[in-house]
Design a protein around this ligand. Structure first.
Ligand SMILES: Nc1ncnc2c1ncn2[C@@H]1O[C@H](COP(=O)(O)OP(=O)(O)OP(=O)(O)O)[C@@H](O)[C@H]1O
Ligand SMILES: [Mg+2]
Length: 266
């Protein structure tokens, strides 16, 4: 039996087996609707972690057991014998379900570099199987999961698998964070096209004002609103003290599918 066998491969390939289970509970399964999403962005350093943490913060405020995942983190340092990554730590702090880091970040890479390069430096190979298996465990242990991508939407993870493939295999509604700066319109619209080409649901987008001096920001946001076929969840201004709670003040997640409106709403 081999994964090279064209007949057996679809049966044996764990990625194929796991992917369908990685979806939200189907209607009629007896489980309450569960919130889950994949957070992507127009680029690196444009606010994906901040928005992911804001989502987790709002879920926790609503009384939901919420857990963040940063499946692939590049740039970690050893503290008290444990590898720490800033994004992973911020998601842990914003959620309220404590799970082993091997589940919430199956690939914790030391080098702050493109993931496939960081993986090679750590003598690791990033495969989708541990990520999908971890997602199922995280999902089983919590009521809501927020998965943060890496960099932009299409970042290589190995020679034949990238973060867009990962989003497709997880099959979660996507939240797109647009870092508002010159050039963001094309980045955003190309990302929207790539999301739709993979038949993923673009559930909403966030205008994150990363450049406080951006000229014509209102006009840029208008142009995006006219062209992005998903609701604008809010505009986050340049914050003096960026935090999950501060960003959540500017965001309305109630239009996202399976958002737990009314469940212990605060
Ligand atoms: N609206 C904002 N106001 C102030 N600071 C912000 C804002 N948005 C993001 N930042 C800051 O910019 C930095 C990058 O944000 P963040 O880490 O959320 O980006 P990212 O897209 O997750 O990056 P990466 O690609 O590394 O995962 C952080 O220090 C964050 O606190
Ligand atoms: Mg991040």
């Amino acid at each position: 039996m081999s994964l090279d066998d064209p007949v057996l491969a679809p049966v044996l390939d764990p990625a194929r087996e796991l992917a369908p289970q990685a979806q939200a509970a189907p209607a009629g399964s007896g489980l309450p609707p569960r919130f889950a999403c994949f957070v992507t962005g127009t680029d690196t350093e444009i606010g994906k972690t901040m928005v992911s943490a804001a989502l987790l913060h709002a879920l926790v405020q609503n009384g939901v057991r919420a857990c963040g995942m940063k499946p692939v983190a590049a740039g970690a340092e050893l503290r008290n014998g444990v590898l720490h990554n800033d994004d992973a730590d911020r998601l842990i702090a914003a959620g309220n379900v404590t799970l082993p880091q091997s589940l919430t970040t199956p690939f914790m890479l030391t080098e702050p570099a493109a993931p496939h390069i960081a993986a090679e430096i750590d003598d690791t190979y990033i495969s989708p199987v541990p990520i999908l298996a971890a997602y199922i465990e995280v999902s089983a242990a919590s009521d809501a999961v927020v998965v943060e991508g890496v960099g932009g939407f299409k970042v290589p993870l190995n020679e034949e698998f990238d973060t867009a493939d990962l989003a497709e295999q997880l099959d979660l509604p996507v939240v797109l964070v647009v870092g508002m700066r010159l050039g963001c319109i094309s980045h955003a619209l190309l990302t929207v096209e790539a999301i739709s080409a993979r038949n993923l649901m673009l559930a909403g987008w966030v205008a994150n004002e990363v450049d406080p001096d951006m000229a014509y920001i209102d006009e840029n946001i208008d142009a995006l609103q006219q062209r992005i076929p998903a609701p604008l969840l809010g505009r986050v201004p340049r914050l003096d003290n960026p935090s999950a709670a501060a960003a959540a003040e500017y965001l309305d997640f109630s239009q996202l599918p399976n958002w737990p409106v009314g469940r212990n709403n605060t």
